[in-house]
Design a protein around this ligand. Structure first.
Ligand code: MN
Ligand code: MN
Length: 287
């Protein structure tokens, strides 16, 4: 019996020491994943303070966001994506109000977009398919605080292709820091132009953007971002006709988004690094 335990101890210590050179060991452990959603920065210095009515920070393990009470949507949603987040849970579709908003704030509910009258999809910021490790992970992408009124073709075609490309990058050995946001007023869905839904409680954004920082899977992510690091940034109008072109045609620089929104993306990176990479418009592969 004792010999058997000694043998086990020997095998375990062997496998532990073997791990140090194993590239799989450089993958971020699952238990650390949930702390990474804002690792590259909080673009608008959102705070979990109800006096920040239009820049209210909400963090859950699956993603972090800045919520606007006046717009009834997030300003931006930020999340980290690597292969650990991708599992085989099927889409839950449990769209629901987020009861963790501050007391007295209107909670947008699953019926407020009223597609049959308004013609807009409940478009995810952090995609359902980026959070498939567990039922809870996937379900938490269906809070209405993670949705925007998005033109159905924009959502289902061009944007879906960009989301899929992100997961392709992950499956090719990358890890991603993603921020998606929206701003402005007025979009064109299946029933024409709308500015507000639900009697004014929800603003239809005019512009939808996303910025994706791409790193080969590894450790010490903040320290290894440099002028060679790929960032894919896309700025689109929220209308069905936007899907007439592939997402790659809408690439802009991070500086373009920062100028339009007043945010500071990737603010945890050294200023010199931001200056180098935020001016670049990506021209890499699109699929
Ligand atoms: Mn979508
Ligand atoms: Mn920046």
């Amino acid at each position: 019996m004792i010999k058997k335990y000694l043998l086990y101890a020997f095998v375990i210590s062997l496998s532990l020491s073997a791990c140090t050179d194993d590239p799989d060991d450089m993958i971020t452990p699952v238990e650390d994943l949930t702390t990474l959603n804002l690792a590259m920065g909080n673009p608008s210095d959102a705070e979990t303070d109800a006096s920040y009515e239009d820049n209210y920070l909400m963090e859950i393990p699956q993603y972090a966001l800045s919520y606007s009470r006046q717009r009834g949507t997030a300003n931006w949603v930020s999340w980290y994506l690597n292969e650990e987040w991708l599992g085989d849970v099927t889409r839950r579709n449990d769209f629901r109000a987020n009861e963790s908003l501050p007391a007295g704030w209107y909670r947008v509910d699953e019926d407020d977009y009223d597609y049959s009258n308004n013609g807009f999809a409940r478009g995810h910021n952090c995609p359902s398919a980026d959070r498939t490790r567990s039922i809870n992970d996937n379900s938490n992408t269906f809070f209405m605080t993670n949705m925007i009124p998005q033109s159905p073709k924009h959502n289902g075609e061009m944007w879906n292709e960009l989301e899929q490309y992100c997961r392709d990058l992950v499956n090719q050995g990358h890890e991603l820091y993603i921020v998606m946001g929206s701003y402005g007023v007025g979009g064109v869905g299946d029933s024409g132009y709308r500015e507000k839904l639900a009697g004014g409680k929800i603003t239809v954004p005019r512009y939808i953007w996303k910025s994706i920082l791409v790193l080969p899977t590894g450790a010490n992510d903040l320290e290894r971002v440099d002028e060679e690091t790929r960032i894919i940034t896309v700025l689109t109008e929220n209308k069905n006709s936007a899907s007439g072109q592939p997402w790659g045609n809408y690439r802009v620089s991070v500086d373009d988004i920062e100028a339009a929104t007043g945010y500071d993306l990737f603010s945890k990176l050294p200023v010199e690094v931001q200056e180098e990479i935020e001016v670049v418009v990506d021209d890499g592969p699109v699929g």
